[in-house]
Design a protein around this ligand. Structure first.
Ligand code: SAM
Ligand code: SF4
Length: 354
């Protein structure tokens, strides 16, 4: 992480509006010295799966179309982020980003920005088999596919759709199209797919994918998260340790959320993102834009700034940039899931962009 010395310490966990004046820098700094360079953009809140840890079987009330940013508005905000605010990495997500019409066109407009940002996408992989080449040709650099099991019945139980073969085909198409390394995100749930840690890792090693387990977080629309049911990073490492020899990964972690281990001496590796039990907030480099144009400093923020209204009222770029900077300046030290009085954000993960 690039840290900025702001000359004053903040106490981790301190809430409220920062009292110190913001230093005169164009970048997205906060009062803890972090600099946000990694922008997560949600392209839509809609999805074609219904993962139980994310949304209810009947889906959600999707955002009305007129509230969703147009391609032109999205590109304008990404241009401001890249040209003015120092964003270097853009991750497209959702909802399911591949449901956004004209996705390849958007990717080519993003990769035409100067300086060119690195562009990646997090997807459930449905339909990727047909689109991987076009996305790679549009300039997409990398892809993360979410896969919580390699067992077809368990996949259907978790996602409420029988689509495992399509997802696996999408992953291999992405690898063949050069969207490498293909990363895989997996969430384990007690009694549902907690027997999948080892089979998932074996499959990913065999296919050359980089697997990351993510602790389940309280971000589901149904508010059904239960700490006791969460499979912790320690448990995941324990399960993997019974089948593989894990050794610390030689490269530095930097701002990356995953702690990585070499598997059986390498070159394959595995990562564990202990979002709840091993928070990495102190090194966070992220800023977030929702599909309806709200900028958020954290997945768990209870407030956000409506940039869409600014855009639609004719505000100049510098005013939009200032509103974005002010939002990030107010970023809290951490997500506070482990603190008394934690309140889950009103927006679920699918409407923020995971
Ligand atoms: N639909 C795409 C997908 O599933 O990859 C992108 C959006 S999804 C919200 C992004 C990531 O968030 C996925 O890897 C998903 O597994 C993860 N996710 C969703 N709900 C979560 C939760 N409650 N805790 C942890 N991860 C979650
Ligand atoms: Fe859809 Fe992704 Fe949520 Fe699953 S995790 S329901 S694929 S948005």
């Amino acid at each position: 992480m690039t840290a900025v010395d702001l000359g004053f310490p903040r106490v981790p966990g301190t809430r409220g509006v920062p009292s110190a004046p913001r230093p005169d820098t164009p970048k997205l700094v906060d009062t803890f010295g972090r600099v946000a360079t990694d922008l997560r953009v949600s392209l839509t809140d809609k999805c074609n799966l219904r993962c139980t840890y994310c949304m209810p079987a009947e889906g959600l009330d999707w955002m009305p179309g007129e509230q969703v940013l147009s391609d032109e508005e999205l590109i304008r905000l990404m241009r401001i982020a890249v040209e003015t605010l120092g964003v270097t990495d853009i991750r497209l997500t959702g909802g399911e980003p591949m449901l956004r019409p004209g996705l390849a066109g958007l990717v080519s407009q993003i990769t035409a920005l100067t300086p060119r940002p690195r562009v990646s996408m997090t997807t459930n992989g449905i339909g990727l088999a047909k689109r991987a080449v076009a996305l790679a040709e549009a300039g997409l650099d990398r892809i993360n596919v979410s896969l919580d099991t390699v067992d077809r019945e368990t996949f259907e139980k978790i996602t409420r759709r029988d689509r495992l073969p399509q997802v696996l085909a999408g992953m291999s198409a992405a690898r063949d199209a050069g969207l490498n390394p293909v990363k895989v995100n997996a969430v384990l749930m007690r009694g549902i797919n907690d027997d999948q840690a080892v089979p998932l890792l074996s499959y990913c090693l065999e296919q050359g994918y980089h697997l990351r387990f993510i602790e389940q977080m309280p971000l589901d629309a149904q508010h059904g998260w239960d700490r006791g049911q969460m499979i912790t990073a320690d448990e995941i490492l324990g399960m993997l340790g019974e089948a593989f020899t894990l050794s610390p990964f030689p490269a530095k972690r930097g701002g990356a959320p995953a702690e990585r281990w070499l598997v059986d001496g390498g070159p394959g590796d595995v990562g564990v993102i202990g979002s709840v039990t091993r928070p990495f907030c102190a090194a966070c480099e992220r800023t977030r834009l929702t599909a309806d144009g709200a900028v958020r400093s954290c997945l768990f923020s209870n407030d956000e700034t409506d940039l869409r209204s600014l855009l639609r009222s004719g505000a100049p770029d510098e005013e939009v940039a200032d509103a974005w900077r002010a939002t990030m300046w107010g970023k809290l030290a951490g997500h506070e899931i482990n603190e008394a009085g934690f309140a889950q954000p009103i927006r679920p993960m699918s409407a923020i962009g995971g």
